[in-house]
Ligand binder design. Structure first.
Ligand SMILES: Nc1ncnc2c1ncn2[C@@H]1O[C@H](COP(=O)(O)OP(=O)(O)O)[C@@H](O)[C@H]1O
Ligand SMILES: [Mg+2]
Length: 339
């Protein structure tokens, strides 16, 4: 069987936990040398996808390959060519950074001289050299996360897989992780990362797949996805917290305007209306929308216009914002079992 030339190939991946369909046919390919972002709300299936890819979880169905190596046929080969950094930092805190990295190098059977130079390089690249011989328990959260990254990279994997690499970090640490990932890409490492931060994906990723309830609902470059949503976005409120019926009436009226492609009522935001408009003249659009509503006896409380964002992509594909989806999944799903 000829495996794909992509750095990572995922085809029709399925995984079920009891009644929960964690993955419902996920397919995507990561090209060599790119940063690929997997974006989705909590519970969407991001971690499960990565765990299947990194041989930590066995899928129910689907084909997976990394660097052209089949995950099912040669898991050891796959582990050699990829580095995985899990969401939660799990470091042995009584060790020093250098000791921990040496242990990691041993696990990967790196020859001693190579290990020493790789460790020096990683410590340097991640700004940990000064503290390399201090115990990890004396580190800040940001330093621990950087060390965790270093541990995933000691064996110089061609593909780096990161699960929510900056969750819980302060802005300074996030910036330094982002800079580091860009530097790695420059050196030719392929990076697959998950995030539920829109801005992180927007800033870092060459291409993105948006995943929701175990399915890929959009895939492409960030620009492509924004263009697919199309046109300009107009967000307006009739009243600060308008009743749903009023918003619905406004939605029907606005939906009949020739340049309005789509109207979505955002219930989590006081029944604000999100319009996708095809018009090239945003100022004129806003005026027309305002006049149309006034004519129908609905006054406009506030109106704003913007370029589409990744959140609009999510909204267009699912009918809710990423934030709403987070809340819904937090309320609807049973607590995740720790293994
Ligand atoms: N080991 C497990 N046992 C039971 N359910 C799980 C397990 N791992 C994940 N799930 C469920 O699968 C779904 C996807 O989870 P996950 O992949 O962790 O999502 P994400 O990383 O996008 O937040 C969730 O509904 C989660 O509760
Ligand atoms: Mg996760």
């Amino acid at each position: 069987m000829v495996m794909s030339q992509a750095a990572v190939s995922i085809r029709e991946l399925h995984k079920q936990y009891g009644p929960i369909k964690a993955l419902d046919g996920v397919s995507l390919e990561v090209n060599q040398g790119e940063i690929f972002g997997l974006l989705g709300p909590n519970g969407a299936g991001k971690t499960t996808t990565l765990r299947c890819l990194c041989t930590l979880e066995r899928p129910d169905a689907g084909q997976l390959s990394v660097c052209g190596i089949s995950v099912a046929a040669d898991p050891r080969g796959v582990r050699k060519c990829l580095g995985y950094v899990a969401q939660e930092v799990a470091l042995d805190k009584v060790l020093t950074a250098r000791e921990l990295l040496r242990l990691q190098a041993d696990i990967h059977h790196l020859p001693a001289a190579l290990a020493r130079s790789r460790i020096r390089e990683m410590l340097d690249l991640l700004g940990l050299t000064d503290r390399a011989d201090d115990k990890i328990k004396t580190y800040s959260g940001g330093m621990m996360k950087r060390l965790d990254l270093a541990a995933g990279l000691v064996h110089a994997p061609r593909v780096l897989v990161l699960d929510e690499p900056t969750v819980g970090l302060d802005i300074q640490s996030r910036l330094s992780v982002w800079a580091f990932l860009r530097e790695l890409r420059k050196r030719g490492t392929t990076i697959l990362l998950t995030s539920h931060y829109l801005e992180e994906i927007d800033l870092l990723a060459d291409r993105v797949a948006i995943i929701d309830r175990g399915k890929v609902i959009a895939l492409g470059t960030v620009e492509e996805l924004k263009q697919q949503v199309g046109g300009e976005r107009v967000t307006l409120r009739i009243r600060e917290f308008a009743p749903r019926e009023e918003a619905e009436r406004a939605a029907v009226i606005l939906g009949e305007l020739p340049f309005v492609r789509e109207v979505i009522i955002n219930s989590a935001q006081g029944n604000a209306l999100n319009l996708v408009v095809a018009s090239q003249d945003p100022i004129q659009t806003v005026t027309l929308v305002r006049e149309t509503l006034q004519h129908a006896g609905l006054s406009v409380f506030g109106i704003s216009q913007s370029r589409p964002s990744l959140d609009d992509v999510f909204l267009a594909a699912t009918g809710q914002t990423l934030q709403d989806a987070e809340l819904a999944s937090a309320n609807a799903l049973p607590a995740k079992k720790k293994k």
